[in-house]
Each structure stands twice: as structure tokens, then as C-alpha cells.
Write a protein that binds this ligand. Structure first.
Ligand code: 1PX
Length: 247
């Protein structure tokens, strides 16, 4: 993939974005993700999150659900480290992650192995409500998918920002340009207040537990193309099936 690995940081190739290694096959099957997530409970490392997203896209360009959820779980852990002011956001993300995880643990788990198989299965079986809010996998994942767009822009803003830039400004600008369009006034207001509690860019990058701010920036540069790819494939799939406006 263009861009990935170009900076000479080889953690991505080692960890998941390289060839179809034995470990990647395990990742594809999902077992390792569930194991890791149970083990890794309290700590946060950006590396773990980014590795999860780099392992999402299969050779057939399908988006694997388990690493997708593992990536989000890691982000939620990070959000929890930032303080209770963010709990209303992490609670919502957890609810959505759990809805999809429950499908992955149900009798129909194989149908939810990839986003493509989930869409096909739910549409073919009339499980997607086009008129009103439901707990379908398609509708739930769409909320995370929209948030992934924000994440992509936010991480890019952090990566390219100046040393002394304000994380709160990067966060609110990217939020206003993406996710805010789907949120009512009250949520936008609460989010705006929470953003004010964010530390400066360099402190924020150091909180990611991957070394210095420069090392975190290099890692973001390596991983972002993979996050963009996950977003793009999902966006195209949802557009093709006219699912982008699910209530
Ligand atoms: C770094 C600071 C993180 C700021 C997070 C920015 C995103 C702000 C999202 C505000 C969401 C507020 C909570 C409620 C949302 C729901 O109304 C709304 C609609 O749901 P519904 O249709 O079921 O009613 N839900 C959503 O849009 C899904 C939101 C999911 C947000 C997950 C955000 C996780 C953020 C992780 C941050 C990690 C920072 C990156 C570091 C490497």
C-alpha cells in the first residue's frame, strides 16, 4: 500500500500489515483478537490500536469485524484515560461495540465475520430497518464508521500539527467537519465542552505510550493509510447498498 512503511519504521510490517503470515491468519479468524482484548484490559498503547486497524482489510478487500472492534476498544480505553468528562462518549462507543460483539458471539457469528458478509446477511434477511432506529449490525457499525472518519481527520491533524498546537482545536475542527453533522445540538455542545479538557498536542502524543512525540507522529504516518483504506472500503460498500443514511 502506498505510503505505509515509507518512513522506515518497521513495526507495521512486523505486526500485521505485511504479508499473510501465520499470525495474520489467526487475526483473520478472530481468536487472537478476543484473547488480546481480554488480556490487555487496562493499558493503552497507540501501537495496539493501529495494528488492529492495519489488520482489518483482508486480501479480498473485505473489512474484518474482530480487529475493527478491537481497534475501537483500544480507543475507548484511551478515552477513559483522558478523564470522566469523556465518559458519555466512551459509553456510547461501548454500547455500539457490544451490540456488534453480541452478533459475533451468537449462532450467526460467521455472518458477522466481515462487514461485507454482515451487510449481505442482514439485507437478505430483512434485518435492516430503513425507516426507524434499530439494533441492526449495519446501523450500529455505520455510527462507528462515521466516527472513524472523524478519527482519520483528527489523527492526520495531530500528525501534521505544530508542536504547540492545541489538541482541543484540532479535535473540534475535525469534529465539526465530520461527526457533528450527525449529532443534535445538545451532543455537539457537550462534546465541545469535553474537548476543552484535552492536553496540548505533545502531551497528548506522549500519552499514546509509543515513545516520544516524534515517534508517535512517525507511527501515525505509517498507520493512517490503513485506517483510510478501512474507511474507504466501508464507505463504498454502504453507498453501493444505499445504507449511508440508516436512521
Ligand atoms: C481525543 C478526544 C476524543 C473526542 C471524541 C470525539 C468524538 C465526539 C463524539 C461525540 C459522541 C457523543 C456521544 C453520543 C453519541 C450518539 O448520539 C451518536 C449517535 O448514536 P445513535 O444514532 O445510536 O443515537 N453516536 C455516535 O456518533 C458514535 C460515536 C462514537 C464515538 C467514539 C469516539 C471514540 C474516540 C476515541 C478517541 C481516541 C483518540 C485518538 C487517540 C489515538
Amino acid at each position: 500500500m502506498a505510503g505505509a512503511g515509507a518512513s522506515g519504521v518497521d513495526w507495521l510490517r512486523r505486526e500485521g500489515a505485511g504479508q499473510q503470515s501465520g499470525r495474520r491468519k489467526q487475526l483473520a479468524e478472530g481468536s487472537l483478537w478476543r484473547f488480546n482484548m481480554a488480556e490487555g484490559a487496562e493499558t493503552f498503547s497507540l501501537r495496539e490500536v493501529l495494528v488492529a486497524f492495519t489488520a482489518c482489510v483482508s486480501e479480498q478487500r473485505e473489512v474484518r469485524v474482530d480487529p475493527y472492534l478491537a481497534g475501537w476498544k483500544g480507543l475507548v480505553r484511551f478515552l477513559n484515560c483522558l478523564g470522566t468528562i469523556f465518559s458519555f462518549i466512551s459509553k456510547d462507543a461501548v454500547t455500539k461495540i457490544e451490540i456488534i460483539e453480541n452478533y459475533r458471539n451468537s449462532d450467526q457469528r460467521e455472518k458477522y465475520l466481515t462487514v461485507q458478509s454482515m451487510v449481505e446477511y442482514e439485507l437478505a434477511n430483512g434485518l435492516v430497518d430503513l425507516q426507524k432506529r434499530s439494533d441492526s449490525g449495519c446501523r450500529t457499525l455505520l455510527r462507528l464508521h462515521r466516527a472513524l472518519h472523524w478519527l482519520q481527520m483528527f489523527l492526520e491533524g495531530l500528525r501534521t500539527g505544530k508542536d504547540n498546537s492545541k489538541t482541543s482545536v484540532i479535535c473540534s475542527e475535525t469534529y465539526n467537519a465530520s461527526l457533528a453533522n450527525y449529532h443534535p445540538w445538545i451532543i455537539r455542545k457537550a462534546a465541545g465542552v469535553a474537548f476543552c479538557a484535552l492536553p496540548t498536542r505533545n502531551t497528548f502524543l506522549e500519552t499514546m505510550n509509543v515513545g516520544t512525540a516524534e515517534e508517535a507522529v512517525a507511527m501515525l504516518g505509517d498507520a493512517l493509510p490503513y485506517i483510510c483504506e478501512v474507511y474507504k472500503i466501508t464507505e463504498e460498500l454502504y453507498a453501493q447498498h444505499k445504507l449511508l443514511d440508516l436512521p
